[in-house]
Ligand binder design. Structure first.
Ligand code: SF4
Length: 579
């Protein structure tokens, strides 16, 4: 096969790095063949008898498909398996079920790894799982699990590596493996895997479920009483919250929601519901169980409580304890189009092994022709918090309308928050908009975009539409976006969570050139911006205009971090809109 210019050196350097005991970090744009390069390194390590097996860890189920695609295209004949969660694989589990609620003791289905391998090789991962679900005697989950020992590549989702509880299912295959962590910039948000939430709405669901399933049992009345008490106290707490900023909540306040014996009632009821689901073999969402888990997690030393007007969340403040596993693995490759700087990975993520860091675009590129990218920076707007008002949204709406009218294809505009997206949507109703909401489904947006026409997509930074989504023509692989717009700088909301995160990390690390602002604000914002910009150019033929609508992008650190060599400046006086 024909290698692209950077691929051979990146592969050779990776093999040497792993042999020398280093973590290999590949920072390379989407479309440069990262997955192929990582798999080539890993299989060469296996060939050299230095590694026992290859494991790829992806954030989403969809990302598993890019490994499947590359395995079939570049490594035909090699076998692979993808292990999805028990809740996703079990034919008796409904959407939203929790793996821990699935009791297999009474189940007569059995593992059939040979069948799983044959089905995957003929039909692909997800079709194979669907087909096994329909076979009454086969358990898809245990078939996939047993197959892990016998294939060339095992593809897992993040929890299998980073959650100590879920990791137990794969612990046996980790020693001696080359582990490829896909889209590794997401390691910053690994804490999302451990979040536990409590909201009045969830309590209502739990009460309804209890009344349905525990009717006529001794526990129903005390359970409903304690849930109603918790709800009323929770509503009081949330009434002092802020809709957008997460406020810190001392854990004592959570223990005041109910007495220990009342919490024990919730645990008993959760167990009863689990048993009922097991007896009828229908594993749905155990709402009471989810409240029990919330209380169970309060004592976790790594989690802190924060609240808005909607809910209380127990979340990880410092990702390092859960990333320690990376230091214990024999061979690690971290890959992404937007990796943070090496020092950030060492200090914030706490990677203790030496890191070999390759920036493919800078060292061997450019991967895509520079002349295909045009940067335009606005000199007269910014989204600083004290500047945010109706007049500012009018200006941004004017810019967006003008950009949309001059665009050749779809325009993706990324704003820092849902609130700003909604302000812009109100002002741009006359255009064919796709507006991101919390419940927006990716497949529906992709279908709309691929269905033709030109749209203005209003997306939220770090939301579903600005990361990990392909706006490409499936037949040609070419981008369907001609313009990307950054509405301001997507700094994370300066709230108690980010403040505490910065303080904890700074207290842990020693001798760094990074400031607290770098750690909590600047570097996460750079990654978010690069992710958004990366949506437009997916092949050498793609061309795009990148609109950075905030004068702070003219600062040297931003220009350097985004690798912008040439740009134009613009002001509203040069823009025409009907708005
Ligand atoms: S099919 Fe049966 S054995 Fe398999 S995960 Fe579901 S309940 Fe468990």
């Amino acid at each position: 096969m024909k290698y692209r210019p950077w691929q051979k050196p990146v592969i050779e350097r990776g093999i040497k790095a792993l042999l020398d005991g280093r973590v290999y970090a590949i920072n390379s744009p989407t479309g440069s063949g990262k997955t192929f390069m990582s798999l080539s390194i890993a299989f060469r390590m296996k060939l050299l008898a230095r590694a026992k097996r290859v494991i790829a860890v992806t954030r989403t189920r969809n990302q598993m498909l890019s490994y499947e695609r590359d395995m079939r295209k570049f490594f035909p004949g090699r076998t692979y398996v993808a292990l999805i969660s028990k809740a996703d694989a079990c034919p008796y589990a409904q959407k939203g079920a929790d793996t821990e609620d699935i009791n297999c003791e009474l189940c007569s289905r059995r593992a059939n790894p040979d069948l799983a391998r044959a089905q995957i090789m003929s039909h692909g991962i997800f079709k194979a799982i669907d087909m096994m679900r329909d076979m009454r005697e086969v358990c898809p989950y245990y078939s996939l699990r047993k197959l892990m020992e016998r294939v060339d590549l095992v593809i897992l989702t993040y929890p299998y590596l980073f959650s100590p509880i879920t990791r137990k299912a794969v612990e046996g295959i980790l020693p001696g493996a080359v582990v490829i962590v896909d889209e590794a910039h997401n390691l910053d948000n690994v804490g999302e895997l451990f979040e536990r939430r409590l909201s009045p709405q969830k309590i209502d669901y739990a009460i309804r479920q209890a009344k349905r399933l525990l009717q006529g049992t001794y526990i129903l009345r005390p359970l409903v009483a304690v849930l109603e008490k918790i709800k009323s106290r929770l509503v009081d707490i949330l009434s002092t919250g802020d809709p957008e900023r997460q406020r810190y909540l001392p854990k004592d306040k959570l223990w005041e929601l109910a007495a220990p014996q009342e919490i024990a009632t919730i645990f008993d009821a959760a167990k009863m519901i689990r048993n009922i689901m097991s007896n009828i073999r229908q594993f749905g969402v155990n709402w009471v169980g989810s409240i029990a888990k919330f209380f169970e997690s309060i004592d976790d030393e790594h989690l802190e409580a924060f609240y808005t007007t909607e809910e209380v969340v127990l979340k990880l403040v410092d990702p390092e304890p859960f990333l320690r596993i990376l230091g214990k693995l024999d061979y690690v490759i971290l890959q992404s189009g937007t990796l943070p700087p090496k020092e950030y990975m060492e200090k914030v993520w706490g990677i203790t092994k030496p890191i070999e860091y390759v920036d493919v675009d800078k060292e061997y590129g450019p991967v895509f022709p520079e002349e295909n990218k045009k940067f335009i920076v606005a000199e007269d707007v910014n989204t600083r918090y004290n500047n945010r008002n109706g007049e500012l949204w009018d200006k941004y709406a004017c810019y967006l309308e003008a950009i949309y009218r001059s665009a050749e294809a779809n325009v993706l505009a990324v704003a820092p928050s849902y609130k700003i997206v909604s302000e812009l949507a109100k002002r741009l109703r006359h255009l064919p908009l796709i507006v991101e909401e919390r419940k927006t489904r990716l497949d529906q947006v992709q279908e709309k975009i691929r269905g033709g026409g030109r749209h203005l997509i209003l997306a939220v930074a770090q939301g579903k539409l600005s990361e990990g989504i392909e706006f490409t023509d499936p037949a040609t692989g070419k981008s369907l976006l001609s313009d990307i717009v950054l509405v301001g700088i997507p700094y994370p909301m300066p709230d108690d969570y980010h403040k505490m995160r910065g303080q904890r990390i700074m207290a842990r690390i020693t001798s760094t050139t990074l400031t607290e602002f770098d750690i909590t604000m600047h570097i996460p914002a750079v990654i978010t911006v690069k992710q958004a910009l990366g949506r437009a150019i997916r092949s050498r033929e793609d061309k795009a205009r990148f609109w950075l609508l905030d004068h702070r992008y003219l600062r040297r650190n931003w220009l350097e971090d985004l690798n912008i060599l040439r740009y134009e400046k613009i002001t509203l006086s040069r823009v025409r809109c009907t708005h």
